[in-house]
Design a protein around this ligand. Structure first.
Ligand code: FEO
Length: 135
């Protein structure tokens, strides 16, 4: 069974671009979860790098749309993004230096962060973005 399953009820933000990005992130986390703890470090490293790059790109897209729509909670939202990115970059560096492993605890941490962030933080930008013509 997958670690993360995107459903409209739980995760829809009413912004189709970001809903699609969230679904892609869920797929990538699920795939990394399958590989996590395995012996193929090279494959895990590639999946990890691709996931972190995609998440950073997604955060940038959300932040750009929050700015375009004069979204009042942008600074707090960006702070949450920056904190996760820093945690991921530290982990990525440690993994590639052979000082840390990616295991199922790691992927569960990321999944829990998403399950909290998307419904409670991302969902709130929908009305402001819709009001700015972003759908
Ligand atoms: Fe979809 Fe704020 O991350």
């Amino acid at each position: 069974m997958s670690l993360l399953t995107w459903t409209k009820e739980q995760f829809a933000t009413n912004i189709s671009q970001h809903d699609r990005e969230h679904q892609t992130i869920f797929d990538m986390v699920n795939k990394l979860h399958e590989s996590a703890g395995g012996t193929d470090r090279s494959a895990i490293g590639k999946q990890l790098d691709a996931l972190i790059a995609y998440v950073a790109e997604h955060f940038g897209a959300e932040e750009s749309n929050m700015i375009k729509s004069d979204y009042a909670d942008y600074p707090q939202h960006k702070q949450e993004h920056d904190k996760l990115v820093q945690t991921c970059l530290d982990l990525q560096k440690a993994f590639h230096a052979g000082e840390a492993e990616i295991n199922r605890e790691t992927t569960t941490f990321v999944a829990d962060w998403l399950v909290n962030h998307i419904p409670n933080i991302d969902r709130r930008y929908g009305p402001a973005m819709n009001g700015a013509g972003i759908a």
